[in-house]
Design a protein around this ligand. Structure first.
Ligand SMILES: [Zn+2]
Length: 380
């Protein structure tokens, strides 16, 4: 079974949007759901005050107008009206009901949500059972889930016809709330969100990625938060999300160029941002090089990472790169070596290069930098 790291969910709702089981039955259905889908990361049985729109999020990419048949699409163009329309639905699902009137951007017709025809099953419900997965599971996410024994078992228990919706999240619902907090107008809420983000397990966003499309849609709000906030942690998180999405704008280039000073409290996220978006930061090469002897090993490593992705040349940069290749921190040695390989290109090793590579091997012993140094020496 193929497993791709991707946050998705199976949402099971009654065909009758108004059906809500009593508390006891709700509890039993949650227990059965947990038993039927033991590999889910999270199981929930929730009821809502009113009928809500249950959307498969990123699985939705087209909607057909019931009046004229014209399709509105979720495209990749950032300022596309269709894309904005879909992103607004993802943001405000619990404010949408069957009677909500929406104007379709592709044709301009105003219709109710109940009349819309999407390219994936959607639903309206006051009750939903959800099994959330952190991996895309082909079996659970296939069309066959509607006729599966699992769905039939839940149907028997609840004694109403059920419908299975497959959700592909742009980001975890809990992370969506945190990012919404980060771009709030209130500094208190921004700081609270940053503090909660600080408390997540290390590597949380490697496990649960945030779709680039989501960050792009929020980019102007994130930039505004960066400018407005007085707190380092808020600014650092904003930069980190923008960096991971490889989002860059003229305004951000200006902000980052002005902020990259030795006394900045944001050096780590700034260097990370430059590493992820190197093309626009060639002019900061000397500024980044000044950190190659910084007392903080993590900063030296980040400087090496950022430098490695810039255009380098032998004459100007070899001294700094050689120093990084012999750094006390193994991770900086490795990035320094990658930078050296980039500078060298197809050229031959000089005597001095050979000597430095031998010193890397002595220092790095069985590390990756030594491995690549040996490889370089053996080739020439
Ligand atoms: Zn229309």
């Amino acid at each position: 079974m193929s497993q791709i790291n991707m946050d998705c969910a199976l949402s099971i709702i009654p065909e009758d949007p108004n059906f809500v089981p009593d508390k006891e039955l709700m509890q039993c259905s949650l227990e059965l759901l947990t038993k039927l889908f033991p590999y889910a990361e999270e199981h929930s049985a929730r009821s809502f005050e009113r009928v809500e729109f249950i959307s498969p999020e990123l699985f939705l990419s087209a909607v057909t107008c019931p009046i004229c048949g014209v399709q509105t699409l979720r495209t990749s163009a950032e300022d596309d009206s269709g894309r904005l329309w879909f992103s607004k639905i993802d943001d405000s699902q619990n404010e949408v009901s069957e009677n909500t009137i929406t104007r379709l951007p592709a044709c301009g017709h105003s219709v109710s949500f109940a009349e819309l025809k999407f390219d994936c099953p959607v639903g309206f419900a006051k009750f939903a059972l959800t099994a959330r997965f952190s991996h895309f599971d082909e079996q659970i996410m296939s069309d066959e889930i509607q006729d599966s024994d699992e769905l039939k078992a839940l149907q028997r228990l609840l004694a109403v016809p059920l419908k299975a919706l497959r959700v592909f999240y742009a980001l975890l619902p809990s992370d969506r709330l945190l990012i919404e907090g980060l771009i709030s107008d209130s500094e208190e809420e921004r700081l609270a969100a940053a503090n909660s983000l600080d408390e997540l397990e290390p590597g949380h966003f490697e496990e649960h990625s945030v779709a680039k499309i989501f960050i792009e849609d929020k980019s102007s709000f994130l930039e505004a938060s960066f400018r407005k906030s007085k707190h380092r942690s808020v600014k650092a998180w904003v930069l980190s999300f923008l960096a991971d999405a490889e989002y860059v704008s003229d305004e951000l280039v200006d902000i980052i160029s002005a902020e990259l000073r030795p006394d900045s409290l944001l050096l780590e996220p700034l260097l990370y941002y430059i590493y992820r978006n190197p093309k626009r930061f060639q002019h900061l090469k000397s500024g980044i090089k000044q950190f190659h002897l910084h007392s903080d090993s993590d900063l030296r490593w980040r400087a090496a990472l950022a430098l490695k992705n810039l255009e380098l040349n032998y004459l100007d940069d070899i001294d700094v790169v050689r120093t990084l290749m012999l750094d006390d921190f193994y991770a900086s040695r490795l990035e320094g070596l990658f930078a050296f390989k980039k500078i060298l290109g197809e050229a031959s090793l000089s005597e001095a290069d050979r000597m430095f590579l031998s010193r890397v091997i002595d220092k790095d012993e069985n590390g990756s930098a030594a491995f690549y140094a040996k490889e370089l020496l053996s080739k020439q």
